[in-house]
Write a protein that binds this ligand. Structure first.
Ligand SMILES: [Zn+2]
Length: 526
């Protein structure tokens, strides 16, 4: 994502300049920050503070510089995200002083340990205390964080403590990822709540703009945000859930149209990250109107109903590993480039550790395996092989991520290459035509460069295994033309989600005919 989407550039005449001052005739003062993580409860990995003290960590003046149009808020991922959108909304409104707190984001992985979470929250609260008198606070959050040993939604804990610190008169806005799990603790402390409206998500900056714009207008008493929300007993539905493809295209288009009505301040649909342990997991519809509670309730009901109507839309066909291998041998697309296997049960971009060994096991069980490139997280095997001479052959065992309960795969492998790069240390182990990229961190070979760094030409492969749903396609557009979803067993296994949904009375694990009788209890849950 480069450049500034036209849709959130400051528009002339959007704000009335006459009402621009804050309380007591001085500019509005609004603090802003981020605490962002998507947790996967089925991953054996624990997310610790070092995962947040990374290239994305920005505080104080560095955060202020990064959220200008020349800055880079999430370097290497997306230059302009929510906080840049917010800062530009404040700039466009005029007479708003923005006070940077801190921005912390870690890539999706297992739940946070308690110390990590408390440290991050205390850091934000200390910055908030030091910020001086404020009129408003804006926080960019995910909404599917999870913390070991914490009996509360983590974002709810943060918002409760922020509210306690700033008092009832300061207005608080938050934005959430479209995969947030909404709960009372997330909704009730907030004056302004908005969510992403694209999937895959490209609208981070526009979302921050919308949050900032509504917060500033609320502080200037131009609007009175009034919320209504509904919760569905639904953890999987809507097919691929892509906002610009059927079936969800109709629902998202309807939400955008709603916001063209000046009485409607925002409409958001949260389709949840289904891999957390939240006891109240479920899709949610949220609508905010300008001082019209009846309209908010009516539209929240209507949005929930539209989402519920798509609950039985199927996902594309998933293949077992043998089926996928047959498809790779048969497809005419193979003549043009390698076939991509998307390991849907071990998606690192959704918090899986990437240490699934089942595809390797299946490949090595063939008499004449295809030329395959397979990334696997196995830090113990990296440590064991890092100092072995290149070209030497060894008897080894691939075990995958520690604690991930994967089959052990014995190997007779040649140590063919090694690299210490962006993703940490990776060793290439060759077993005949099967090339393993064994890493000490969860593998994200989104860019073909990952293979070239290990002296492998991506075009020469028959099969390349990916650990993310979509993003790699931006870089493999001229390389791979057939993408096969492969079912193995891991932290993003939909079977696990369905099994749990059946226990907890959620669609599609439990076959439910309606949502309304479940909504009150789901909204009341902690
Ligand atoms: Zn998301």
């Amino acid at each position: 994502m480069n450049g500034t989407p036209a849709s959130w550039r400051p528009r002339r005449g959007l704000h009335r300049v006459g009402l621009s001052l804050g309380r007591g005739g001085r500019p509005l003062r609004i603090a802003y920050g981020r605490l962002f993580h998507e947790a996967n409860t089925f991953s054996p990995l624990v997310t610790t503070r070092d995962a947040f003290d990374n290239a994305f960590a920005l505080t104080g003046d560095a955060l202020a510089r990064a959220t200008t149009l020349r800055g880079k808020e999430l370097e290497g991922f997306m230059p302009h995200a929510e906080l840049t959108g917010f800062a530009q909304a404040a700039r466009a409104a005029g007479e708003v002083e923005t006070v940077p707190l801190a921005s912390y984001l870690a890539v999706p992985s297992g739940p946070l340990d308690r110390d990590c979470f408390e440290g991050l929250v205390e850091d934000q609260l200390a910055r908030l205390r030091a910020a001086g008198p404020l009129d408003g606070v804006y926080l960019a959050l995910h909404g599917s964080m999870e913390v070991r040993g914490l009996d509360e939604a983590p974002e709810a804990s943060l918002l409760r403590r922020v509210r306690a610190l700033v008092g009832p008169d300061v207005k608080i806005a938050a934005s959430f990822d479209l995969h947030a799990n909404l709960s009372a603790g997330l909704v009730e402390p907030l004056d302004v709540l908005v969510g992403y409206r694209t999937n895959p998500h490209w609208d981070l900056a526009p979302t921050g703009w919308r949050a900032g714009n509504r917060l500033i207008r609320a502080l200037r008493a131009e609007i009175r945000p009034t919320h209504a929300w509904r919760k569905l007993p639904l953890v999987l539905g809507g097919g691929m859930t892509i906002d610009f493809l059927p079936p969800m295209r109709g629902v998202f288009g309807w939400m955008r149209a709603l916001e063209r009505d000046p009485r409607v301040l925002s409409a958001s649909l949260f389709m949840v990250h289904p891999y957390t342990n939240a006891p109240d997991l479920g899709w949610a519809a949220h609508v905010c109107t300008d001082d019209d509670p009846a309209l908010a309730a009516e539209l929240a009901d209507a949005l929930a109903e539209r989402a519920w109507a798509e609950r039985d839309r199927a996902l594309p066909k998933m293949h077992t590993v043998p089926e996928a291998l047959e498809e790779a041998a048969r497809t005419p697309w193979r003549k043009l480039g390698p076939v991509t296997f998307v390991d849907v049960d071990d998606i690192v971009g959704a918090g899986a550790p990437g240490g699934n060994t089942r595809i390797v096991e299946a490949l090595l069980g063939r008499d004449d395996p295809p030329r395959a490139y397979v990334p696997v997280h196995d830090p113990a095997l990296v440590a064991h092989t890092w100092d072995l001479p290149l070209g030497s052959e060894h008897t080894l065992v691939l075990r995958g991520t520690p604690g991930y309960d994967q089959p052990e795969v014995p190997l007779r492998a040649i140590v063919a290459a090694r690299v210490d790069g962006e993703l940490g240390r990776y060793v290439r182990l060759d077993v005949g035509s099967v090339h393993l990229a064994v890493g000490e961190s969860p593998p994200l070979p989104i860019h073909p460069r990952f293979w070239r760094d290990l002296d492998l030409d991506p075009r020469q492969a028959d099969i390349i295994v990916q650990k993310n749903f979509f993003h790699y396609r931006m870089f493999y557009g001229a390389i791979s033309f057939r993408h096969v979803p492969v079912v193995t067993d891991g932290a993003t296994s939909l079977r696990r989600v369905r099994d749990r949904a059946a226990r907890e009375d959620r669609h599609p694990g439990a076959r439910l005919s309606e949502w309304r009788t479940h909504d009150p209890a789901l909204r009341a849950a902690r």
